[in-house]
Design a protein around this ligand. Structure first.
Ligand SMILES: [Zn+2]
Ligand SMILES: [Zn+2]
Length: 375
C-alpha cells in the first residue's frame, strides 16, 4: 500500500499552493471533529488531511516528497515504510510528531537539515536454475544523494539560515490555557520553522532546498547460491542519503525466483514427477532424466515400483544457503498410461490378461474392493 498525499487532499500533483490551501480548508472543515462528534473515522481523515497539508504547503518538503515519490519502494511484501500518512509525516518531521514505541528513545534533531535516508528496494528475478550457482548481478538504482552544491544544508551556497523569530531558535512553542482546574501549559513544535528552529530564506537552487538530489547508480552484488524466493539482502548505507547528520538508508535487494515448469521447490529439496510405463515399473528400468542444471542423470527404478513411490537422489537438490551441501531431488513415480494402443500391443496385453486368468471376470463374481486410505 502506498500513500498519496495529493489524493488525500483531493488535488492533482500539479496543484498550485493556492489550490492546496483551498482544498485543505474545504476538507478540514468537512472532517473537523467539532462538526462530526464521536466519528472516529472522520477524525482520522481530518488528521490525515492536516498532515498532508503540513507537508505539501511547505515548498521544500513538497519538493522532497515529489522527488522521493519517483524512487519510493513499490514492494508488496512489507518494505514500503511509507505505508501510512503517519510514516510520511515521521520521515519529514523526524518523529517529533509521531507516537509509536520508539518515539521517546529518539532525540529531537537539532540540525535544520536533519533527516534520515530512506531505504530503497530493488528487485532481481532469477530462473530457478540460476539458484544452483553464485550469481554476479549489476543493479541500476536511482537514489537520493547529498546535494553537491549545498552539501545537504538546503541553503543556497553563500547564504545562511536565519534563526526562527517565532520560537527564537528553540523549535518549540508553548501555550498556556486557563481552565477551571488551573493553568495548563503545553509545548508543541513551532509551526513556522516546523521544529527546526531555523528558517532557510534562500533555498539551494540545485536541489530546490531539499538537500538531496536523485542520482542513478550502478551497484554490483554477489548473490550466493541457494537463495530462496523472497530473500532480502541488505546493503547497509546504500539507500537514500541522510542529511544534517542523519544516517543513510539501506538498499534492500529482494530476490524473486520464478517458478520452474518442471521442478517444485521445497526448502533445499527439488521435487519432480517421473512418468513410467507399466512394464517398466513391473520389470524395473534404468532411465535418463534431465536435471535442473541441464545435466543428464541415470535413475534406477527398481522392479515392482508402485505409482506414487518416491525415488530420492541425494544431494541433487538446491545448494543450502547456510551450512554447505545440497538438498535432495525427490522423483515421484507416476504411471504413464497409454490412451491408444497399437495392434501388436493390444495383442500382447490381451494374452497377458488371459495368462493371469482374469478374462471374463467382469461377467463372473464381483471383484474384491478395498477400504480407501484417507490421508
Ligand atoms: Zn542543494
Ligand atoms: Zn520556529
Amino acid at each position: 500500500m502506498t500513500v498519496d498525499l495529493y489524493k488525500i487532499l483531493e488535488v492533482s500533483p500539479n496543484a498550485s499552493p493556492k489550490e492546496i490551501k483551498g482544498a485543505y480548508r474545504r476538507l478540514a472543515h468537512k472532517y473537523h471533529p467539532d462538526h462530526n462528534p464521536g466519528n472516529a473515522e472522520l477524525e482520522e481523515r481530518f488528521k490525515h488531511v492536516t498532515m498532508a497539508y503540513e507537508i505539501l504547503s511547505d515548498p521544500s518538503k513538497r519538493a522532497q516528497y515529489d522527488q522521493f515519490g519517483t524512487v519510493r519502494p513499490s514492494g508488496d511484501i512489507g518494505f514500503d515504510r511509507f505505508g501510512s500518512v503517519a510514516d510520511i509525516f515521521e520521515f519529514f518531521f523526524g518523529g517529533g510528531f509521531g507516537g509509536g514505541p520508539f518515539a521517546s528513545s529518539r532525540r529531537r534533531p537539532r540540525d535544520p537539515a536533519y533527516s534520515e535516508g530512506e531505504d530503497i528496494v530493488e528487485t532481481i528475478t532469477f530462473e530457478l536454475k540460476d539458484v544452483l550457482t553464485e550469481q554476479q548481478v549489476t543493479i541500476k538504482a536511482r537514489r537520493l544523494e547529498v546535494c553537491p552544491e549545498c552539501h545537504g544544508s538546503r541553503a543556497e551556497p553563500g547564504t545562511h539560515p536565519t534563526t526562527c523569530q517565532q520560537c527564537r531558535g528553540t523549535g518549540m512553542v508553548s501555550s498556556t490555557r486557563q481552565t477551571l482546574l488551573g493553568v495548563f501549559s503545553t509545548a508543541a513544535p513551532c509551526p513556522v520553522c516546523r521544529g527546526s528552529g531555523q528558517i532557510i530564506e534562500s533555498p539551494c537552487k540545485a536541489c530546490r532546498g531539499t538537500g538531496v538530489t536523485a542520482r542513478d547508480r550502478v551497484v554490483d552484488v554477489t548473490i550466493p547460491a541457494g537463495v530462496a524466493d523472497g530473500t532480502v539482502m541488505r546493503l547497509a548505507g546504500n539507500g537514500n542519503a541522510g542529511t544534517g547528520g542523519g544516517r543513510n538508508g539501506d538498499m534492500l535487494i529482494r530476490v524473486r525466483v520464478k517458478p520452474d515448469p518442471v521442478f517444485e521447490v521445497d526448502g533445499p529439496d527439488l521435487l519432480a514427477k517421473l512418468p513410467m510405463a507399466y512394464p517398466e515399473l513391473v520389470l524395473g528400468a534404468e532411465v535418463v532424466i534431465q536435471h535442473l542444471s541441464g545435466e543428464n542423470i541415470r535413475v534406477k527404478v527398481p522392479q515392482g515400483t508402485q505409482p506414487g513411490d518416491v525415488i530420492s537422489l541425494r544431494s541433487r537438490g538446491l545448494p543450502r544457503l547456510t551450512g554447505g551441501g545440497s538438498g535432495d531431488l525427490h522423483l515421484q513415480v507416476e504411471l504413464d498410461m497409454p490412451r491408444k494402443l497399437k495392434q501388436e500391443e493390444r495383442r500382447i496385453l490381451t494374452s497377458l490378461l488371459e495368462l493371469n486368468g482374469k478374462k471374463g471376470m467382469l461377467a463372473g463374481k464381483p471383484r474384491e474392493l478395498r477400504k480407501p486410505q484417507i490421508i
